[in-house]
Unconditional design. Structure first.
Length: 92
């Protein structure tokens, strides 16, 4: 088992106060919240790096999407989003 290490860094006082409020509400300590935040950050960075590598590998293989196809995909997503918003307004 790895022994936790103590590190220090500078943080704005108002952020410390926010951390303390959240920690109190969750019945946890500040270290718990910071460890959770660091774990989420590291996971997100690893996921991002994997996606970038996946994209680079696809590019190396010539698996690319041309501008017109990409534009069509984006237009389709925008139309779907607009329809969802219209449905939400109609039921409100």
């Amino acid at each position: 088992m790895n022994t936790p290490r103590t590190i220090s860094f500078r943080i704005a006082p108002e952020k410390v106060a926010q951390l303390d409020q959240i920690a109190k509400a969750m019945a946890r300590d500040r270290s718990y919240l910071l460890n959770e935040a660091v774990q989420r950050y590291l996971s997100e960075q690893q996921r991002y790096s994997a996606l970038v590598e996946e994209g680079l590998e696809a590019s190396r293989k010539g698996e690319l999407i041309d501008d017109e196809d990409l534009g069509g995909m984006i237009d389709s997503w925008m139309r779907e989003k607009e329809l969802e918003q219209q449905k939400a307004r109609a039921t409100a």
